[in-house]
Design a protein around this ligand. Sequence first.
Ligand SMILES: Cc1cc2nc3c(=O)[nH]c(=O)nc-3n(C[C@H](O)[C@H](O)[C@H](O)COP(=O)(O)O)c2cc1C
Length: 185
Amino acid sequence: MKNRSYRGFDESFRFSREELLELVDLTRYTASSVNEQPLKYYIAFEKEEVEQILPLTMWARALKDTQLPHSGMGPSAFIIICQDMNISANTTRFQRDVGIAAQTILLAAVEKGLGGCMIGSFRKPELKSLLGLSEGIEPNLVVALGKPAEKVILTEVGADGSTAYYRDENDVHYVPKRRLEDIIL
Ligand SMILES: Cc1cc2nc3c(=O)[nH]c(=O)nc-3n(C[C@H](O)[C@H](O)[C@H](O)COP(=O)(O)O)c2cc1C
């Protein structure tokens, strides 16, 4: 329940390389289609590099008039989940591996009192060149991480059926979730 998509962080919190390696280490034990394990990870935690990556990522695009993260509330690190196409070039099959890895990283972060957001919407060519990724290493999903500094509240999808997340005047973020009876076939 605490593992929400957080888009506002306390920038004074910084990660060490070891802390991020610990999160990536967990992904080595997750399920992988035919156990091929084609995923590789780029970790960024130095303030300057994090600030270079941030503008290449798109946050909460459904909130048209809100620029997130707010200035001074950016993430403290990024883990960029990439697929090594030299191991397998089947991107469809390994989308599931990417999701499992991302969720594993985020659940572990939440256990440490931290949190983050999966970012599927990012400027891929620019990110590839910024990170200097070698041939065949394709970024698939960006995981932003930090110490959450915002409130996220789960609600139920109402009669209008809308799943659109929204914010109130205090910047509290509401996320409608479908009811159990509505997802059982
Ligand atoms: C594969 C995937 C890609 C996502 N990409 C983005 C993204 O590019 N930007 C963003 O702000 N949120 C992104 N999200 C977060 C979703 O918007 C979020 O999961 C949803 O609003 C529900 O909120 P919750 O995670 O707190 O339950 C992504 C989530 C997933 C699973």
